[in-house]
Design a protein. Structure first.
Length: 300
């Protein structure tokens, strides 16, 4: 049993996974519950996840999420979805109850309604702080100073030997309406294969999506690479192929419960406690240990 999540704020999700799987829950139930907790917490919205996030350029909250299982490589995703604070649950419902794998915009929102999810007014998905940030941005054109952020990605292996990957994000502040980054795209923001393991990404979505890094990492795991080494190979290849530096963090979990990550991030500050990390902080847990944060220094 093991779990890894992106960024220090992912510790909340990892702690929930650890409790759930040790009590016999399946990895997919544990993962959904853990991501829901972060999605529905307005205090973590400024990390670009769920309730309390920044809206798009029109002042509307649009959320993306995806889930993928190792067993059968099943996949479900939503993107640009309005009116729902827990997109990971809708993504799971797409995977399990829809004849399509990926729904976007009004189609995703309509499906969520049909499945019994309760739609919310856009105002309830914002906080006073993110509403003010939007008003200020429209008046000045200046983006808010964001000191800690990004996609929540979680990988989980349960005691039954099943593995799952999940991601949830609102994207960058005041993005173009309909903008979708790498996060909900299979092979880009996440990938999962029951013969090898799982991987997920975070960072500059427009850059990441051109490299399909999560699929690449899992392919390396299947060839025998250790999670950290696999992530490092892919991060270096991405940056060496790019015309300029960009932020990327990759996490990986193999079928033996080994965890690893790699990044181009030199420094990251968590706005909640003001702590600065010299690299990419990932929340991790393995059976027999306590959930903790491990910081991976830049490998490029």
């Amino acid at each position: 049993m093991a779990c890894v999540a992106t960024w220090s704020f992912g510790l909340q999700a990892v702690e929930i996974v650890a409790t759930e799987v040790q009590n016999g829950a399946s990895c997919i139930d544990a993962l959904e519950k853990s991501i829901n907790a972060v999605e529905d917490d307005p205090q973590t919205g400024k990390y670009f996840v769920g309730r309390g996030c920044y809206p798009n350029l029109d002042g509307v909250v649009q959320l993306d999420a995806a889930i993928m299982t190792g067993k059968g490589c099943q996949f479900g995703a939503v993107a640009g979805m309005k009116g729902y604070s827990k997109p990971i649950s809708v993504a799971r419902s797409v995977m399990e109850s829809c004849n399509a794998n990926f729904l976007v915009g009004d189609g995703a929102s309509s499906f969520a309604c049909e499945q019994g999810f309760v739609m919310e007014d856009n105002e309830t998905l914002l906080t006073a702080e993110t509403k003010k940030a939007y008003v200020d941005f429209k008046a000045t054109g200046i983006l808010p100073h964001v000191t800690g952020h990004d996609t929540l990605s979680v990988l989980c292996l349960d005691k039954f030997g099943e593995i799952v990957a999940g991601v949830s994000t609102s994207g960058p502040p005041f993005k173009a309406p309909g903008r979708v980054g790498d996060s909900p795209m299979p092979g880009c923001g996440l990938y999962c294969n029951g013969k090898a393991g799982a991987a997920a990404a975070t960072g500059a979505g427009e850059k990441i999506m051109t490299f399909c890094p999560s699929h690449h990492v899992v392919q390396l795991l299947q060839q025998g690479a250790q999670p950290r080494a696999a992530c490092e190979v892919v991060v270096r290849e991405m940056l060496e192929s790019s015309a300029d530096w960009f932020e990327v963090g990759l996490i990986a979990l193999d079928m033996k419960g080994n965890i690893g990550a790699a990044t181009s991030v030199k420094e990251w500050k968590d706005f909640r406690d003001g702590r600065t990390y010299s690299g990419f902080p990932c929340a991790s847990w393995q059976a027999g240990a306590e959930p903790t944060i491990i910081t991976y220094p830049s490998c490029y």
